[in-house]
Design a protein around this ligand. Structure first.
Ligand code: NAD
Length: 344
């Protein structure tokens, strides 16, 4: 039998991606919806073949405790609300799938990990790219020696955010600007591909005083990260540059390019060496279905997810260091004992 999920928050991601992805999952299904707008929730519930009783308001969230068919809660709310709903879900004994970024700081994200551990429920950070065949093929090329010794890494994730009122531009709700929203893909993917953690970071950011969108958060950030063995990475992210998602890894014998690297579909991978360039092809898939399937299997088997909460905390530790560097103008060294040690 499939694992029942309650989706919490019916914004753009839930409405446009998650509901249809759950429909095609063989492991998971949507058993309940939680939203601030009862009419919207009722409409989506009907479309899913659910009843009005399956649509909850945020005030009714804790009533999910009575729903044995809801084994997991998928939190798809603005970032600063992840902690509250993850903690309440864990207290009800529900497993938690939480959208990225896990929280708004390393401390905030760690509180989610602690709450889920104390309650004995599983926690997965929704890093969808780590479930795609393109990103796994890139990881294989990096880790099996195809590219030779690793030297340089580079990734860009930028897009234009043009609504000054968007929650993504409010520090309290978002925890930062483009870095935790889209730059996090660059950071997380470089860690995933190399299996390594940066030892130090240096960052600069731009926050134009005259642009009303960037009163609270940065418009752009450029960062340099030092990985073990002298491997250096540059990451650039922006809310004021044309939609770009790209990834480059250069080893001594070969290189890889993924562009686009982070959209929901249409990822393109090229691998180059002295013999030329090849572009492997992959079967079609839905990234969100892959995530639902993975977490549902973990729940059934009691396994730790591939991207657990600690993975989300680790990105926050590094993002906190990037902001500290941008603020102080100094290189910030990272602890050698990382959250990765806790799970891999
Ligand atoms: P959205 O703005 O479209 O939806 C957010 C939902 O939260 C809305 O339904 C809104 O009503 C509700 N909400 C509840 N309290 C709120 C408050 N105080 N302020 C504003 N909204 C409130 O956002 P989204 O794009 O669906 O993003 C939700 C989460 O999903 C974020 O954590 C985001 O980072 C993540 N996300 C992930 C991906 C991905 O590819 N994995 C893509 C988009 C968003």
């Amino acid at each position: 039998t499939r694992v029942g999920f309650a989706l919490v928050g019916i914004g753009k991601l839930t409405a446009e991606e998650l509901i249809s992805a759950a429909r095609t999952s063989e492991q998971a299904y949507v058993a309940a919806l939680v939203s601030g707008e009862p009419e919207k929730a009722d409409g989506f519930a009907r479309a899913l073949g659910l009843s009005e009783q399956d649509a909850y308001t945020y005030e009714q969230f804790d009533e999910l405790a009575d729903r044995d068919d809801v084994q997991a809660v998928y939190i798809v709310l603005p970032n600063s609300l992840h902690r509250e709903y993850a903690t309440r879900a864990a207290r009800m004994g529900k497993h938690v799938l939480c959208e990225k970024p896990l929280g708004v700081s390393a401390e905030d994200a760690q509180a989610i990990v602690d709450a889920c551990r104390d309650a004995g429920v599983l926690l997965m950070t929704a890093y969808r790219c780590q479930y795609t065949p393109e990103h796994w093929a890139a990881r294989d090329a990096v880790q099996d020696g195809t590219l030779g010794d690793l030297r340089l890494l580079h990734s860009i994730h930028a897009q234009v955010e043009d609504d000054p009122e968007a929650w993504r531009l409010k520090r309290e709700l978002a925890g930062g600007g483009p870095l935790p929203d889209v730059g996090i893909y660059s950071l997380n993917t470089l860690r995933f591909l190399t299996g390594q953690e940066p030892e130090w970071v240096f960052a600069t950011q731009h926050q134009p005083a005259e642009d009303p969108r960037f009163r609270e958060v940065e418009a752009s950030m450029s960062a340099l990260l030092g990985f073990p063995g002298g491997v250096s990475a540059t990451i650039q992210t922006s809310y004021a540059a044309f939609k770009t998602t790209s990834l480059r890894v250069m080893g001594e014998k070969g290189s890889l390019l993924m562009d686009p690297a982070f959209p929901y579909d249409g990822l393109k991978l090229s691998l180059s060496d002295d013999d030329g360039t090849r572009q492997p092809s992959f079967p079609d898939y839905d990234q969100f279905t892959l995530e639902f399937d993975h977490f549902a299997r973990c729940i059934r088997r009691g396994d730790t997810p591939w991207t657990p909460g600690e993975e989300g905390v680790q990105d926050h530790v590094i993002m906190d260091a990037l902001y500290e560097s941008a603020r102080t103008g100094q290189v910030v060294r990272l602890p050698t004992h990382t959250n990765r040690d806790a799970f891999r």
